[in-house]
Design a protein around this ligand. Structure first.
Ligand code: ADP
Length: 248
């Protein structure tokens, strides 16, 4: 293990019945980069992501994070190591206010007990930190609204803010732009770029212009295997990649 790569997989494989959805994937994510996992439909991106986020257990292979074997570590365990998944709307508490959502995330991150959390003094401290995050994410004006009232794009911005409250070292983003219009895409892209300061991000994303815009490095999957790896210019000019997208 070198210190350059924060996340590495070796021979990562997942079969469903006899079908190899992910096959012998060696993924290497450099510390401090935004890395995208792309590929045509059915390439194995979601399966791969679910292996990394521990929603699925691999059939074979290993995953290392900061040099530590996390192949058998569960989702809570990897979160404790600083590897956190974002972009599940279900992670937002819809009937708490925006501010309360971030406060709960801060409280979780700092491991405060519920009683401790309720003390007036501590609440004020958390609220100041939460408001600072909301300001940064353009959500300050809706801080006292219930999350359920937010637009889709703003719910996703809130999701990113609550994930950042956990102070992850590395974030795994599952299709951050799914279901969004142009304006929201531009806004979330800006927030992802902010979130990337001082940390590593791995994202699965379909929108190739977003991938081109945000990613330092890209791994292309096709039929469960790594087809190509490099920066956007390199992979988008690779005839095998073009063929895989056209043939899909
Ligand atoms: P992608 O996210 O790149 O579209 P997936 O990882 O969702 O690809 O799927 C890769 C392949 O594995 C597809 O052919 C899909 O049908 C198959 N697959 C995914 N999940 C399952 C499952 N739970 N059972 C059987 N086949 C699956």
């Amino acid at each position: 293990m070198d210190g350059e790569h924060i996340l590495e997989t070796e021979g990562l494989s997942k079969s469903f019945g006899g079908f190899a959805a992910v096959s012998d994937v060696g993924l290497r994510v450099k510390r401090g980069t935004i890395h995208a996992l792309i590929g045509p439909n059915g390439a194995g991106k979601t399966t791969c992501f679910n292996l990394l986020t521990k929603f699925l257990a691999p059939t074979a292979g290993s995953i290392r994070y900061n040099g530590r074997d996390i192949t058998r570590t569960n989702a809570a365990g990897i979160a404790q190591l600083g590897l956190v998944r974002s972009f599940q709307i279900s992670a937002v508490f819809l009937h708490l206010t925006v501010l309360e959502n971030v406060r709960v995330a801060l409280q979780r991150q700092r491991g405060a007990s519920f009683d401790f959390w309720r003390s007036e003094k501590v609440l004020k401290r958390y609220d100041a930190a939460a408001m600072a995050l909301l300001e940064e994410f353009g959500l300050a004006e809706v801080a006292h609204r219930e999350a359920t009232e937010l637009s889709y794009g703003r719910k996703r911005a809130l999701e990113l803010a609550t994930t950042l409250a956990l102070e992850p070292e590395m974030m795994l983003l599952d299709e951050p732009m799914a279901g969004m219009g142009h304006e929201d895409i531009a806004r979330i892209a800006g927030l992802i770029r902010k979130a990337a300061a001082g940390r590593t991000i791995l994202m699965v994303e379909h929108n190739l212009s977003v991938v081109a815009d945000l990613s330092d490095r890209i791994t292309v999957l096709a039929r469960g295997k790594v087809l190509a790896e490099g920066d956007y210019a390199a992979v988008s000019a690779d005839p095998r990649v073009i063929e895989a997208y056209i043939g899909a």
